[in-house]
Structure formats: C-alpha cells, structure tokens
Ligand binder design. Structure first.
Ligand SMILES: Cc1cc2nc3c(=O)[nH]c(=O)nc-3n(C[C@H](O)[C@H](O)[C@H](O)COP(=O)(O)O)c2cc1C
Length: 376
C-alpha cells in the first residue's frame, strides 16, 4: 500500500508531495517499519541506529513521531526561526529526478518557535525519537545572532541537541555567519541563550559544502573555541556540477542529493583530519547525497559518528530508511562473519583515506548484494 501511495505522491508537485508526506506522518498514517538494532553513541546521546532524518523535512516539528516509525535513529526538526514567516514565492522546490537530486529555495518558511515548542512539549520522551532542534534566523532580522539567542533560549529544553544552522543558502547573509568572528558572535549568543534558560544541551554547528578547505578549517577553529559537541557536514550546495541533466538544473537555491555527495565526503574527511587527537570528543554528523547502505557505511568508516539524509527519502519514498538499515546490517554481518549483523563500533573511523574508504565500501556493498542474490 505504501509503495503505491508513494508512487502517487511522486507525481504531485514537489512541495505538495512534501506537505502530504508531513501530514500523513503527523496523523500517524505512515508505515511502522521494523529495523535492525544498530546502536551508536553521538556524544552523550544513545541512538538506536546511525541514520537520522536531516533538517528541512519536519520544519515545524509536526511529524517526528511518524519519522521515527520509518526507522530513523534520530530526527532533526526545523529550521525553526523566532517568528513565523512565509518563505520565498512558489514554486520553490524541484525534483531533479534524472540527477537523483533536489533544488530548494524554501527560505525558512515556517510557523515560528512558539508553534514548534507547543508540539515538542507533547513528545513521548520514552518511546519517541531522539530529537535535534535546528535553529535559524528570520529573513528580516538585522541582528541575526540575536535570533539564535532567542530560539536557543526558547527551544533548547525541549530538544536532545540543538543545531546552529548557519549554512542555508536561501536566507540572505546567513552563510556569512560561518566566518570566524561572525561565527563566534553567533555561538556566544546561542550559548548565552542556553545559559540564561538554565539548560544544558549538546550544540552542533551545521556548515555548507561550498567552503574552501581553508575556510572550513577556519570555521572549525572558531566553532571549537566554544564547548560545541559536534559539527554537521553538510547543507545544500549553491554550485551546479556540469553533468546535471535535469531541466530544473538552473533553478536558484540549494542543490542536494547525489550531486552533493562528493563535496560532503570531502568536507567530512577534512573535519576528521582536523579532529585528530586534539578534538577527540567532537562528534561529526555526515549528510549530503546519502541514499544507500554503501553510503552510510562509507561515511562511518571515514569517521562520521552518525549520518542523515533527506533528498533520497523524497525521491525514493518511506521504505528507504528501513531498506538502508537492513542492508547495512547485512554488510556488517558479512564483514564480521556474524549472522545477526555486526558491531558498528568496530568499523567506525577505521579508514580515514577517502579513496580507500570508497573502494572498501563499494566492494563490501557488492559482496552483500551478491550474497543476498545467492540466498534467494
Ligand atoms: C527541500 C529541502 C529543505 C531543506 N531545509 C533545510 C532546513 O530548513 N534547514 C537545514 O539545516 N537544512 C535544510 N535542508 C538541507 C538538508 O538538511 C541536508 O543538509 C541536505 O539536503 C543534504 O542532504 P541530502 O542530500 O540527503 O538531502 C533542506 C534540504 C531540502 C532538500
């Protein structure tokens, strides 16, 4: 039934399909998938598996329970801004099916922090998901760091972690907050918000894939001057690879899905090198172009503590997280020679060389596919 419903929504305009999916999940109409248990630690948090739903799907914290039932190990809601705002004019999100990609220029359309807080207050802490609350600034705010103060102050106590999103390309000036001094001011405002609310929560910083290696290292230096728990790499890209073939390729906005995978992997590899021995406790969440167990495995062996996806879910439908986790479990079983899946901690950060990691992920994934074929 779900396969059928998702085929129908694929025919709807992208934003309508997104709204239908959020509504269905918020009403509890989504599937309840069984997924293998693949527990990992993300700083102080215990995740049931290392695959999370990235920010942007559940912007107003309406559908996180439904997303949990799809199998995700954690759910990041938002981006949430202090005030409600309409976002950019429609159409503002496009499927690039031929390129396995999406372009969006939503512009933080959302109901604002008061509406989101009301919903988050109702969460089922015992049986529900681990929730990250991704915060941002309103378009018309002149003092942007002040918006991070407000949202951290108002929302952090309802979250398991807070993400400071300074990397969406669709709010003018937002990405400038990644620069050293501006990032320090923004993080100071965020931590002030937490402190004055009397709340202590892990803080993550979400960065763009379009930073040069030098700029990325500068952002990491500025961020690690604070007591952050980790970094999320990466948001969407404003670049357009030459080989895109979809008619929507020149739409303005952030590009996500397969074409951002390489940039995201490189950013992860740089962050792993930066972490080294000096910032051992820094958690890294890898996101961008993940659509298979091979991709999750690759990011984990490179050094990610957890992963997220969004575009592949919108292109492939609600079975995807369970499919990925089942295949990941099989890959681990094959590698570890166990029937019930393997131990994730044994493979994490085991191959920091990107080229070698890609080879290893490709060959284990192929081996898993052929052993599954043989078993049929
Ligand atoms: C339609 C759409 C809306 C998004 N909105 C947000 C957002 O509000 N905040 C944010 O931090 N990232 C947002 N993102 C970025 C995703 O969280 C993710 O970082 C990026 O899409 C790369 O992952 P993917 O290739 O799996 O989609 C959005 C992405 C898409 C496709």
């Amino acid at each position: 039934m779900w396969h059928f419903a998702s085929k129908i929504t694929q025919k709807l305009p992208a934003e309508t399909a997104h709204n239908v999916a959020v509504k269905a999940l918020s009403l509890g109409l989504g599937p309840k998938m069984h997924v293998p248990s693949l527990p990992v630690r993300l700083g102080n948090l215990s995740l049931r598996n290392p695959l999370g739903l990235a920010a942007g799907f559940d912007k107003n914290a309406e559908a996180y329970h439904g997303a949990h039932h799809l199998g995700f190990g954690f759910v990041e809601v938002g981006t949430i801004t202090p005030l409600p705002q309409p976002g950019n004019p429609r159409p503002r999100v496009f499927r690039l099916t031929e390129d396995e990609a999406v372009i969006n220029r939503y512009g933080f359309n959302g109901q604002g922090m008061i509406a989101a807080a009301k919903r988050l207050a109702k969460r089922d802490k015992k049986n529900g998901p681990i929730i990250g609350v991704n915060i941002g600034a309103n378009k018309l705010t002149k003092d942007k760091p002040q918006d991070y103060y407000k949202t951290a102050h108002y929302l952090a106590h309802l979250a398991d972690y807070v993400t400071v999103n300074i990397s969406s390309p669709n709010t003018p000036g937002l990405r400038d907050l990644q620069d050293g001094e501006a990032l320090k001011i923004t993080l100071q405002a965020t931590f002030d918000g937490l402190k004055e609310a009397g709340t202590d929560r892990p803080v993550f910083v979400k960065l763009a894939p379009d930073l040069s290696k030098t700029a990325l290292l500068q952002s990491l230096e500025a961020a690690t001057a604070f007591d952050i728990s980790g970094v999320i790499l990466t948001n969407t890209t404003i670049t357009r690879p030459d080989d895109l073939t979809s008619p929507h390729r020149d739409e303005a906005g952030g590009l996500s899905g397969r074409p951002v995978a390489e940039l995201s992997q490189q950013a992860l590899a740089s962050a792993v090198a930066y972490r080294g021995d000096s910032y051992k406790s820094l958690s890294l969440i890898s996101v961008g172009g993940i659509s298979s167990a091979r991709d999750v495995y690759l990011r984990l062996i490179l050094g990610a503590d957890a992963t997220q996806l969004y575009s592949a879910l919108s292109l492939q439908g609600p079975d995807l997280p369970a499919h990925i986790l089942t295949e990941l479990d099989k890959m681990l079983a094959l590698e570890g020679g166990s029937v019930h899946g393997g131990n994730l901690s044994g493979i994490m950060a085991s191959e920091p060389d990107l080229a070698k990691a890609i080879k290893r992920a490709d060959s284990l994934y192929q081996a898993m596919l052929s052993s599954t074929d043989k078993a049929r």
